[in-house]
Design a protein around this ligand. Structure first.
Ligand code: SAM
Length: 231
């Protein structure tokens, strides 16, 4: 379970109403039951249910079971697509070890806004489900041209472009911070493609000869990145 509270020996963690509902109503945990906690800072801890109520409860921290494991420094940047497919992209990015999730609005992006809190809740659920000790932050939707205009100098961008012919262009030995960019269902505009191709930090990469849906492309790109540069 992901909590906001610091995790240190001997502490008691108060539960919100929603957490109590989930643990005692849905999961049917009772006093004395064991549960694993994390907060993106202090690793994973074993705790025991100390008090269980309908509207709240407390957990008593026992011991740390795992140190914090940060995912590699790769951001998943993508143009939001339909709701369920956007949820899928966020969930899979967390499972596959993205450090940050950055929705970007491109010229052909259909949705003008996202529910950041909903996507953040999805990211938290995905981290809980896959045994991660860190939940990536989901950013607000930012226009792609703005994001590129104040790009952090040392970060490379794996620009996934179906118009790119030939072999995957991801270099083997290029450690350091990275980001992956996946376009919307309509793809990138010629203007966007030209500015990305002209950016020194961007590496155009093919994911094969077929056009993948954005959600498929996000998983393929993370797999390719992890296999060459990840851990
Ligand atoms: N422009 C396309 C069209 O309408 O025919 C489709 C875009 S595709 C559905 C969505 C995104 O997935 C693309 O913008 C790109 O980032 C990524 N993508 C899909 N297939 C790819 C491939 N074979 N190589 C690299 N990127 C790909």
């Amino acid at each position: 379970l992901c909590v906001d509270h610091p995790l240190q020996e001997g502490q008691t963690i108060p539960l919100s109403r929603e957490q109590a509902h989930y643990l005692f109503g849905v999961m049917r945990l009772a006093v004395g039951a064991q549960i694993m906690l994390f907060n993106s800072r202090d690793g994973e801890w074993r705790a025991e249910v100390a008090e269980a109520g309908k509207r709240g409860g407390t957990l008593a921290l026992a011991e740390q079971t795992m140190p914090l494991r940060m995912p590699p420094d790769v951001w998943m940047m993508f143009a939001p697509v339909k709701k369920a497919r956007t949820d899928f992209i966020v969930e899979k990015a967390v499972e596959m070890g993205a450090r940050r999730i950055c929705p970007v609005q491109t010229e052909f992006t259909n949705s003008e806004r996202i529910r950041r809190d909903r996507l953040q809740a999805h990211a938290t659920e995905a981290a809980e489900q896959c045994g991660a000790t860190f939940v990536p932050e989901v950013d607000d939707l930012v226009r792609l041209d703005r994001r590129l205009a104040d790009w952090p100098g040392d970060r490379r961008l794996m620009f996934c472009d179906e118009a790119m012919d030939g072999d995957a262009g991801l270099p083997e030995a290029a450690p350091g911070p990275w980001a992956i960019l996946i376009g919307p269902e309509g793809g990138f505009s010629e203007r966007e493609r030209a500015s990305l191709r002209g950016a020194a930090f961007a590496v155009p990469v093919s994911l094969g000869p077929r056009i993948l849906r954005a959600d498929t492309a996000s998983v393929a790109a993370m797999t390719l990145w992890q296999s060459k540069l990840g851990d």
